[in-house]
Design a protein around this ligand. Structure first.
Ligand SMILES: [Cu+2]
Length: 376
C-alpha cells in the first residue's frame, strides 16, 4: 500500500522508515534517555586552563567522520571530548569579542575555499561595543560551561562527574530507572560512556552528517541555572566546513537562542549573528527576572525569590548602594520554619519567572531546518 502523506507530515514527503535490517522500531518500546547536565563550573581566572585548541576535522571512518574529505568530516570524537573536558576556559571570556585569537580551522577553511580569507577570528561574536556584553560587570558571569555543536558521535562520558546526582541518588542511583542510562543490556551502569546517537535501538546509529547535537552526543543536554546567577556559555561550532556535508538539510552556520530567556541582544541568538565552523561564540545570560530595572528593585517581594537550602549563598546584584546604583554581593539563604529550606530574594517581577526553557538554533533562513538538528 502506498505511504499515506498529508496533514500529519507537513513536507508532504514519506514518513521516515521504521524498519531496518529486519528490525522494527515500534511505538512505546524504548524509554527516553534522561537529560545529561552540562554541569556549569565556577568562572575563576586563577584556574590554569588547558590550551589545546578546538581539534581540526580529520578524515576517518563513518559514521563519526568522513573517510575521503576533511571539509566534509568532523574532529575525532575522543579528541573533541578531551578538548571540552580540559580544565578552565581559554582564552578567558571578555566583555568585547575576542579579535586577537585566530580560528584554529582557518587552514582547512582556506583549503576548502581555494583562497585566503582576510580575517579569521576565533570568536564569531562581531567585534566592537555594539556586540560587547551589556552591563558586563553588573552581570558578570559567575559560572560557565563549554560545548561544541558537532556531528553525531559516541559519548565517552566526560560529563559524568558533572552530574549533580552523581549516579548515586534517586532514579539515577543503583536500582533506579536511569542508573543504566541506555536501558539496554550490555551497557554499563552510572555512565553515559558508550551511548551512540540513535533514536531507537532497532534504528541505525546516526551518521555525523545526519544529526548534530550539543557535544555531538546523546543524551540531550540540560542546563541547570539559578535565578540571579549570570552564566556564560562558550559554544563552539565543530560542524563540517563544507556546507553541503549534511545531505542538504540545515546549514552549518549557527546562532543559539535561549528561548524565552530575558537576555541582552548580543547574547540572544539573533538570526544574523551566526558563527562559522571552527569558531566559538560567548553567550552571557544574566538569568534575571524581567522587570529587574523597574519592578521590585529592592528585592523585597517574597514571591521573587530563588529556592535554597540552609547555608547556601547566591551571588546577586540587588544590593543597592547609597547612590542608588546596584552592587554585587553574596546573599545567604534565609531558611523557613523547617530550618532547612528557604529562599533568596531577587529583584524583578515574580510574574515573569520561568521554569523550563529550551535552546534552539536561530540561523537566518534556516531556523526551521536547524532546530530539529541542533535542539537539545
Ligand atoms: Cu525561540
Amino acid at each position: 500500500m502506498a505511504q499515506q502523506t498529508g496533514n500529519n507530515i507537513p513536507t508532504g514527503s514519506k514518513p521516515s522508515p521504521l524498519k531496518f535490517n529486519g528490525k522494527e522500531a515500534t511505538s512505546f518500546s524504548f524509554n527516553m534517555l534522561i537529560f545529561e547536565e552540562f554541569g556549569p563550573e565556577k568562572l575563576d581566572p586563577s584556574v590554569v586552563a588547558g590550551t589545546n585548541p578546538l581539534p581540526t576535522p580529520s578524515m576517518g571512518a563513518a559514521p563519526e567522520q568522513d573517510p575521503t574529505s576533511v571539509a566534509r568530516s568532523a574532529p575525532n570524537g575522543l579528541d573533541l571530548e578531551n578538548f571540552l573536558g580540559q580544565a578552565g576556559i581559554a582564552p578567558f571570556p571578555t566583555n568585547f569579542s575576542n579579535t586577537l585569537d585566530k580560528n584554529p580551522w582557518a587552514p582547512e577553511i582556506k583549503s576548502f575555499l581555494g583562497r585566503s580569507v582576510a580575517t579569521s577570528p576565533a570568536e564569531g561574536r562581531p567585534p566592537g561595543e555594539g556586540w560587547s556584553h551589556q552591563r558586563w560587570n553588573e552581570f558578570y558571569p559567575q559560572v560557565y560551561f563549554k560545548t561544541a555543536q558537532a556531528g553525531a558521535r559516541v559519548n565517552n562520558g566526560f560529563r559524568n562527574a558533572k552530574q549533580m546526582h552523581g549516579y548515586a541518588k534517586g532514579e539515577f542511583g543503583p536500582g533506579g530507572l536511569y542508573h543504566n542510562t541506555t536501558h539496554l543490556p550490555g551497557f554499563p551502569d552510572g555512565t553515559t560512556a558508550g551511548i551512540p546517537v540513535f533514536f531507537h535501538p532497532n534504528l541505525p546509529v546516526q551518521n555525523h552528517n545526519s544529526v548534530w547535537t550539543f557535544d555531538g552526543t546523546m543524551p540531550p543536554k540540560l542546563l541547570m541555572v539559578r535565578y540571579g546567577q549570570p552564566i556564560l556559555m562558550r559554544h563552539y561550532n565543530a560542524l563540517p566546513i563544507d556546507p553541503a556535508a549534511n545531505k542538504g538539510f540545515g546549514l552549518h552556520t549557527i546562532t543559539t537562542h535561549m528561548h524565552n530567556g530575558h537576555n541582552p541582544a548580543e547574547s540572544d541568538g539573533v538570526a544574523s549573528a551566526f558563527f562559522f565552523p571552527g569558531q566559538f561564540y560567548d553567550y552571557r545570560w544574566p538569568i534575571q527576572l524581567a522587570g529587574y530595572d523597574s519592578v521590585n528593585t529592592g528585592a523585597t517581594d517574597a514571591r521573587a525569590a530563588f529556592p535554597c537550602v540552609k547555608d547556601e549563598t547566591l551571588y546577586v546584584n540587588d544590593s543597592v548602594t547609597s547612590n542608588g546604583s546596584p552592587s554585587s554581593s553574596y546573599k545567604t539563604c534565609v531558611v523557613g520554619p523547617d530550618g532547612v529550606n528557604g529562599t533568596i530574594k531577587i529583584r524583578g517581577d515574580w510574574r515573569e519567572t520561568m521554569s523550563t526553557q529550551w535552546f534552539h538554533d536561530h540561523m537566518l533562513d534556516y531556523t526551521a531546518q536547524n532546530v530539529p538538528e541542533n535542539a537539545a
